[in-house]
Design a protein around this ligand. Sequence first.
Ligand SMILES: [Zn+2]
Length: 149
Amino acid sequence: MGRGRHKPKREKRKPRMEGTRKCRRYWKERELERGEEERAIRDRAWQLRLTPIDRTKLHTRSVMGSFGVPCFVGRYYLDWRFTCRDCGKAEVWTGAQQKWWFEDAGGEMEQIAIRCRNCRRKERERKAEARRVHFEGLERKRRMKAEKS
Ligand SMILES: [Zn+2]
């Protein structure tokens, strides 16, 4: 058995001494390999329809990550399956929707979907109605005060 032929390729490129030309070439090659890996990951992500995360656009109040982004935040948004808290409907929060919510709508990383589309709309209407009633009440009180004096 010829030793050289059966050796794995990578072992041949191991640096022998720090600072030698061989060593620099080794790291250059590793860099290129890493670039190819990155490209492969990106291609795969595209095939799987993963949505890349733009970390610079994320909004967070979290203290978990050292740079303001929580440590659980990876490279891609993954489709998120959940059951609606109000009606129990199973729904998917897609990566693209998450990207829009976190990066364009300014949603915070700690916020996640808990209600289906329908119940979200109902909740929004309920909140708007509650706000309207609240301000009407304030207005009534203010008027009553004004009438008394
Ligand atoms: Zn629902």
